[in-house]
Design a protein around this ligand. Structure first.
Ligand SMILES: Cc1cc2nc3c(=O)[nH]c(=O)nc-3n(C[C@H](O)[C@H](O)[C@H](O)COP(=O)(O)OP(=O)(O)OC[C@H]3O[C@@H](n4cnc5c(N)ncnc54)[C@H](O)[C@@H]3O)c2cc1C
Length: 409
């Protein structure tokens, strides 16, 4: 028999962004149903996987306001106290420091799996949130008056109804595809290889961003003096890099990164992620909002993807809870347009910042290399410029939502 359930919002995808939205709305009076296909701690979970996330200061504030920060800290959060940006084989370098910026940390490093460990139980006990996981989305229908979703969960078909459908189902979003939302997409011809490595010296909570002729290479400080490596390489180079044995891989890494952290001693499992830039042409439609990776894919060079998705969450949660308190229909275009308009500036800033970094630093055209060296030196010696970059990297540029200011919804 089919069971019917009523919500205000149905979120498809309980990955890092969808789960954050449900946690943000917990206790707000907005009833949320979350449909997630894969169990949170499963080895095949595509969101809570081997990636390691550099969280901006702004994101840490959102997660604190949502009440999940203490649990994340218990599982493992590493503060970033300094960022060192350099250009391999050239003289330019810039440094950002948490002390100069007057903050406890420039950002924090958290493993994606840690998010899975924390979000699973947090959603199970969240007030007003109903988690259906693992559940299979059978079909959905968006009509002018409501949203209807059929899911298979615990061997039963459930008929879910709501005023708003939120697509948080990642880069291959089925909801987005079925709604035929047009995309803007560009390839980089680059793939990120990620792995955890252990250096000889103490990482001292420094994050390194090193630009090389084949693409950027980042090392983020982690617990137990490990570093999370994100090595961006041309697509054609990737199979050979994955095939190298551990010793040969570490030698190649040493050659690319240099000796700032001494000799690299160990490397964990290597996983490859092809990279592209994508964003949807419409973020909202009547009774539909698209957030997180379903709405935008970014190069991981500046570690902005989840941070941007979390800011989607903060603004959407604020907009729908205000609308619900005012007795408005949360799926109405007046409400959704308010959300979409509020997000436009951040999308433009973050996308152009990230894309600009990749394109400027991924080639060897002579005037550009001189300009970027001069740019890095200028950045290092001009405090206002440095402060501006730090604000963008810390996720504190532009208008801040209530959750980012540490206030309740
Ligand atoms: C190498 C790499 C490094 C990165 N580093 C950083 C970083 O340092 N900082 C940062 O901010 N960002 C970083 N990112 C980006 C970040 O990983 C993503 O922005 C983030 O994972 C997006 O989360 P999401 O929930 O939107 O999508 P996803 O993580 O893709 O989650 C989607 C969820 O939806 C579920 N789902 C899909 N289809 C369905 C369906 N039909 N029914 C039910 N459920 C469904 C999936 O099972 C999954 O749980 C990095 C990305 C890469 C590739």
């Amino acid at each position: 028999m089919t069971e019917t359930r009523e919500y205000d919002i149905i979120v498809v995808g309980g990955g890092m962004v969808g789960a954050s939205l449900a946690c943000a709305l917990a206790g707000s009076g907005v009833r949320v149903g979350v449909i997630e296909a894969v169990a949170f701690q499963s080895d095949t979970q595509p969101s809570y996987d081997d990636r390691v996330i550099a969280l901006s200061c702004g994101s840490s504030r959102i997660l604190r306001a949502m009440g999940v920060w203490p649990a994340l800290e218990r599982e493992g959060v590493t503060p970033i106290e300094r960022i060192h940006i350099s250009d391999r084989g050239r003289f330019g370098a810039a440094r950002l420091d948490s002390k100069t910026e007057g903050v406890e940390a420039l950002g924090y490093v958290v493993e994606s799996r840690v998010f899975g460990k924390v979000f699973g139980p947090a959603l199970a006990r969240a007030e007003g949130v109903d988690l259906l996981c693992p559940a299979r989305l059978k079909s959905f229908d968006i009509s002018p008056r409501r949203v209807r979703v059929l899911v298979e969960h615990e061997g039963k078909v459930r008929d879910l109804r709501a005023g708003l459908l939120v697509a948080a189902d990642g880069g291959q979003s089925v909801v987005r595809e079925q709604q035929q939302i047009k995309l803007w997409r560009a390839g980089y011809g680059q793939t990120a290889i990620i792995a955890n490595v252990t250096p000889e010296k103490n990482h001292a909570n420094v994050a390194y961003e090193r630009f090389t002729d084949t693409g950027p290479l980042a090392l983020l400080p982690m617990t137990e003096n490990r570093c999370s490596l994100v090595w961006t390489a041309h697509d054609a180079e990737v199979p050979a890099l994955l095939d190298l044995n551990n010793q040969a891989f570490l030698r190649r890494l040493q050659e690319r990164f240099g000796n700032r952290l001494g000799a690299f001693q160990e490397v964990g499992r290597r996983v490859a992620y092809p990279l592209s830039l994508m964003h949807v042409r419409e973020r909202v439609r009547p009774r539909l909002a698209i957030i997180g990776n379903a709405a935008h894919l970014l190069h991981p060079v500046a570690g902005q993807g989840f941070n941007l998705g979390l800011r989607d969450v903060a603004v959407l949660a604020e907009t729908v809870s205000d609308a619900s308190r005012a007795g408005q229909d949360v799926g109405d275009m007046v409400v959704l347009k308010k959300y979409s308009d509020a997000r436009r500036g951040d999308y433009l800033r973050t996308t152009s910042f990230t894309d600009g970094l990749v394109r400027t630093f991924s080639n060897n055209i002579f005037p550009l290399t001189v300009m970027r060296d001069a740019g890095l030196v200028a950045l290092d010696v001009l405090p206002p410029l440095k402060h501006l970059l730090a604000r963008q990297a810390m996720g504190l540029a532009g208008r801040l939502s209530r959750l980012e200011r540490g206030l309740p919804l």
